[in-house]
Every structure is written in structure tokens, then in C-alpha cells.
Design a protein around this ligand. Structure first.
Ligand SMILES: C[S@@+](CC[C@H](N)C(=O)[O-])C[C@H]1O[C@@H](n2cnc3c(N)ncnc32)[C@H](O)[C@@H]1O
Length: 230
């Protein structure tokens, strides 16, 4: 059973590319890289994850919706007409509307008309899928990843948990086995984390793991693919 207590002292911080993230002094943790929140999310989750399969439709699972930055960057790709996405996000500790407004992610990405549907989806208590807008259908679940079960339902998993030093129970055999089962054959989990121990845990549940170049400030990241044969 997880003993994780969400931080109660979150404050916005500007990162090196001008976009904002959240910082907790209690946990000594940032929600994104201080070297650039948008740069990191684009590099790790969009380029190495969403855009890798080259498919017209992608089912995405995000572990740790947080500020919704990965959702927004995915949505913009859909609005640009690049693909359509069914997006399922897990977030047991959702942020408040006031915290989200302070970050102004929508201002940064400046896509007209996105702010209202974004805020509506991020703050909704409904677990039902919201109607598709701009090629993206969104569903938010309050489920902990430890309790989430799906079978061959996703093409890509954005694994955006707090790091293993902050929340070690997110990086276990049990969690990665769930993630492996949730992916379709050939589907992949991407994460900013490149720790050797994490890579070995992924391999232990059957993933084929690649070490890719990391975003600014990080040497490497990981992409873990479910084998085509099982
Ligand atoms: C690094 S932050 C996510 C950053 C986010 N993707 C963004 O773009 O802002 C990690 C997130 O994992 C969430 N989390 C904590 N425990 C979790 C659990 N058991 N299952 C799923 N998510 C969890 C936290 O509440 C937090 O929002």
C-alpha cells in the first residue's frame, strides 16, 4: 500500500524555456525539469512517445496528469491535424483550478480557445470521456496506478511519476507489470527517468528497453516497448 502524501506547499516556478512548473519544498521536487518544462515534455512524451508509432490514431495513458502539460502538448498536435487521440489520465491528487490558472500553460502554448475546455476537463469530477474537441477525447480517473488494470488497450504510456527517490512505490515490478499488460503489442512506455535500476525492473517484466538521448540537462531517458510476440 502506498504511503505517499501529496505536497501541500506547491508554488509555481519559471523554467529555462519560459514555461512554468510547480515546486514543493516539502518533497524537494519539481513537476518538470527546471531546464525547460515544455522542452522536456515535448522531447520525452511527444517526440519519443506519441509521434514514434507514426499512426493516425493513438490511445494514450498518462500516469500522473499533474498540471496537464502533456495533455495540452498532445492536444495541440491533434489540433494541428497530425493525429487523433483517446487520452486517459490517472491522477489521484488533482490540482485546484487556482493552481492551474497560476501556471498559465495555455497562455504559453497560445492556441486560441483551448483554455476553457482544458480547465473544464482538468477540474471535472466526472470519470466519463468528455466529448472530442480538436481530435482529442479525454477521460480523467482518480485511480492510483497501483489499482489500475487494462489489457492491451494503449499504444503509448506517458509515465510521468515523481522520481524513484521521491516516490519509490511507482517504479516497482508490480506497477511495470500492469503497464506492460495495459500496452498493445508494439506499444511503448516513455519516461524521463534513466536510472539503471528502473531499466532493470522494466526488463524483468518483459519490456525491451531503449536508452534514448535525454531532454536539455539530462543525458538519457527510457523507452520500454512491449514485445510484438507477447
Ligand atoms: C511529476 S508529477 C506529473 C507531472 C505532470 N505530468 C505534468 O505535466 O504536470 C507526478 C504526478 O503523479 C501523481 N501521482 C502520485 N501518486 C500517484 C499514483 N499512485 N498513481 C498515479 N499518479 C500518481 C502526482 O499527484 C503528480 O501529479
Amino acid at each position: 500500500m502506498s504511503t505517499f502524501d501529496p505536497p501541500t506547499d506547491l508554488l509555481p516556478r519559471r523554467t529555462a524555456d519560459g514555461s512554468f512548473t510547480l515546486h514543493s519544498a516539502q518533497l524537494d521536487v519539481f513537476y518538470h525539469s527546471v531546464n525547460g518544462a515544455v522542452h522536456e515534455s515535448t522531447h520525452v512524451f511527444i517526440k519519443a512517445g506519441l509521434e514514434k508509432p507514426g499512426k493516425e490514431h493513438i490511445d494514450v495513458l498518462e500516469v500522473g496528469l499533474g498540471t496537464g502539460l502533456n495533455l495540452l502538448l498532445t492536444w495541440v498536435r491533434c489540433l494541428e491535424g497530425k493525429l487523433t487521440v483517446n487520452y486517459t489520465a490517472l491522477e489521484p491528487h488533482p490540482l485546484s483550478a487556482a493552481q492551474l490558472e497560476e501556471l498559465a500553460h495555455c497562455d504559453d502554448l497560445s492556441w486560441p480557445g483551448l483554455h476553457e475546455p482544458f480547465m473544464e476537463r482538468m477540474t471535472s469530477a466526472s470519470e466519463e470521456p468528455h466529448p472530442a474537441i480538436g481530435g482529442l477525447t479525454f477521460r480523467k480517473l482518480p485511480t492510483r496506478v497501483h489499482d489500475f488494470a487494462a489489457d492491451a488497450a494503449f499504444d503509448v504510456i506517458y509515465f510521468d511519476a515523481f522520481g524513484p527517490n521521491t516516490q519509490p512505490d511507482m517504479w516497482t515490478v508490480d506497477v511495470f507489470r500492469r503497464m506492460h499488460t495495459a500496452l498493445r503489442a508494439g506499444g511503448a512506455l516513455v519516461t524521463y527517468c534513466a536510472k539503471g535500476e528502473v531499466r532493470r525492473t522494466m526488463e524483468a517484466v518483459g519490456f525491451l528497453v531503449e536508452r534514448l538521448d535525454g531532454p536539455p540537462g539530462k543525458r538519457e531517458m527510457l523507452r520500454a516497448t512491449r514485445n510484438l510476440s507477447h
